[in-house]
Design a protein around this ligand. Sequence first.
Ligand code: 3PY
Ligand code: MG
Length: 255
Amino acid sequence: MDRLLNGLADDKTVMTAWASVQDTLYLSMLADTDFEAVTLDMQHGMQTENSVIRGIAAIAPKGKPVIVRIPVGRFDFASKALDAGAHAIIAPMINTVEDAKQLVSYTKYIPVGDRSYGPSQAVSVLRADREGYVAGANKSTVVYAMIETREAVANAEAILDVDGIDGVFVGPADLSISVRQNTLPDPYGPDTIGIVEDLAKAAKARGKLAAAFCVTPEHAETVHKLGYRLMALGFDQSYIANGANALLGGLSFRK
Ligand code: 3PY
Ligand code: MG
């Protein structure tokens, strides 16, 4: 049950794929790569409620944890994604303690939150036992608050102090847009890298997790050095284009 937490234990890292494409055949192929987890992105990616439920059912039997990034404020679906067998929720734009408490109320069972009971699909796809799933779910399912605005940065320590928030997830594009008040993102640029560093320290000081979205391997190297241990790297288009172009680029007769 602790598939994601086992991967993160003892300061180990988990690299997650980031999937926008809905097709279950594609998602099951993605689960066969060396990524340790697969994230289904509903906020900017094209995942829908239906594709997330079917995607989890395609990936979970392969033993890889599925993470779901919900659309802004869709805490009801966070609950349902856990019921479908997701191991973690990434909630975008958690800007206040109130946002964080609402998120927790939908995603953690009592006494931490008010998650409603109905884990049949989760126990089926995870091959789990019902009582064990429910007893362990508050620990085995991980809730990340995305910190990606100036307001969220100001409230980050208080958000991390909310019982049931397991960690922060940095959205470097929105964070840079908000901090710089410039619509052109500058992920992990000079205006935000100090904030990114402080967020990891604040999480660590509370025994919580630090995670981040990375477009390039250089981003992942940077945040890994700052203490981040769950990192999303790339997205479908880069997997397909980089893979295809690397194969073609290796052909001497095309040079
Ligand atoms: C951001 O960089 O703002 C994200 O949300 C990553 O997807
Ligand atoms: Mg964002």
